[in-house]
Design a protein around this ligand. Structure first.
Ligand code: PEP
Length: 249
């Protein structure tokens, strides 16, 4: 069986006591299959609780949903990569579509955040993806490439960066990309990474956008997908435990 990653983005849900309760229920569902990794991205207030409660569970880690690029200072409401690491975070999402489209984060800012994450030894998951209008205009790869170029502007290519391809029109809408559509973009991203970066390191490329128990097996059967990044369907611990065990042919 090939290794697969199951990443849970809790968005603005599940506070610290709820997180402890969630993880009790999740782990009570049984051991995670050997070749599978589970990454939890709780809200910042719950990061320490999640990190403490996944400690000792093989292949399960906690990460931040977002970081600011400065290490410390007068930036009210923000958390830095070193602060996320202090809370036990090992990873961070960068440039999630809600950061870009709700909070107005720019491509240039995602580049600064990517560099800050790597400097603090947080493994980044860079999120890229097009809007519906961009897809319909045939601009998917132009948009994704622009996002990659900006994020990797100061990157030497010798550090591990995970990518999540998340078409904006598929996030939280109940409308997922087809395995074929996702695979086409994943293949292009892999090609771009190989061409642009001098040192080729293995890149994990996840698909995100309305993944659930019904469509996970079909999506993950596509070998271009190294795993999934899941919002809504990761909020119920038992459902998520089941999704992590999705049988893939
Ligand atoms: C996400 O938050 O990254 C996401 C893909 O959400 P959903 O699974 O709810 O579409």
């Amino acid at each position: 069986m090939r290794p697969l990653v199951f990443a849970a983005n809790w968005k603005m849900h599940i506070g610290p006591p709820e997180a402890r309760e969630y993880l009790r229920a999740f782990f009570a569902a049984g051991e995670i299959p050997h070749e599978r990794a589970v990454w939890f991205f709780p809200p910042a207030v719950s990061l320490e609780a999640v990190a403490q409660n996944v400690a000792g569970h093989r292949n399960v880690v906690a990460g931040a949903q977002d970081i600011y690029w400065e290490a410390k200072g007068a930036f009210t409401g923000a958390i830095s990569a070193p602060l996320a690491a202090q809370a036990g975070g090992r990873m961070t999402l960068i440039g999630h579509s809600e950061r870009r489209h709700v909070f107005g984060e720019t491509d240039e800012q995602t580049g600064k955040k990517l560099a800050a994450a790597l400097a603090a030894n947080l493994q980044p998951v860079l999120c890229v993806g097009e809007t519906l209008a961009q897809r319909e205009a045939g601009e998917t790869m132009a948009v994704v490439t622009r996002q990659l170029m900006a994020a990797f502007a100061g990157h030497s290519g010798n550090r591990h960066v995970n990518i999540a391809y998340e078409p904006v029109w598929a996030i939280g809408t109940g409308r997922n990309a087809t395995p074929k559509d996702a695979a086409e973009v994943h293949r292009a991203i892999r090609g771009w990474l190989k061409g642009m970066l001098r040192t080729v390191v293995p890149f994990v490329i996840l698909y995100g956008g309305s993944v659930n128990l019904k469509n996970a097996a079909e999506l993950l059967a596509e070998p271009e997908l190294d795993g999934v990044l899941v919002g809504g369907a990761s909020l119920d611990p038992r459902g998520w435990a089941q999704l992590v065990r999705t049988a893939v042919t």
